[in-house]
Design a protein around this ligand. Structure first.
Ligand SMILES: [Zn+2]
Length: 100
């Protein structure tokens, strides 16, 4: 079985909600402890309702926000987990894209 955790929301890198960020990091730490994960996959998706409530009027350039947040998120995670492989994807209705 692949030892991967996924579905991280990149808002952990940019969110002002310290509890949300701590919850995400706690989950990763638990996955490392219980499953000895070797890889983290950050997934962002288009038409995200969380982005609608976090940012205003981004429908025309939503992808740019996702790419920026994926990049920030992975940079932050690599500082915390230097020995884990971390990659990020933007999932879209038309075409998925590997960002990092
Ligand atoms: Zn979403």
């Amino acid at each position: 079985m692949a030892k991967t955790t996924s579905n991280l929301n990149c808002c952990i890198a940019t969110s002002n909600n310290k509890y949300w960020r701590k919850t995400c990091i706690d989950n990763i730490n638990l996955a490392i402890k219980l499953h000895n994960i070797k890889r983290i996959v950050v997934l962002e998706h288009s038409n995200c309702k969380a982005y609608d409530t976090t940012y205003n009027n981004i429908r025309n350039n939503e992808k740019e926000y996702h790419i920026s947040n994926i990049t920030k998120c992975i940079k932050m995670l690599k500082r915390i987990y230097p020995n884990i492989i971390i990659s990020g994807f933007y999932l879209d209705n038309i075409q998925d894209e590997k960002i990092v």
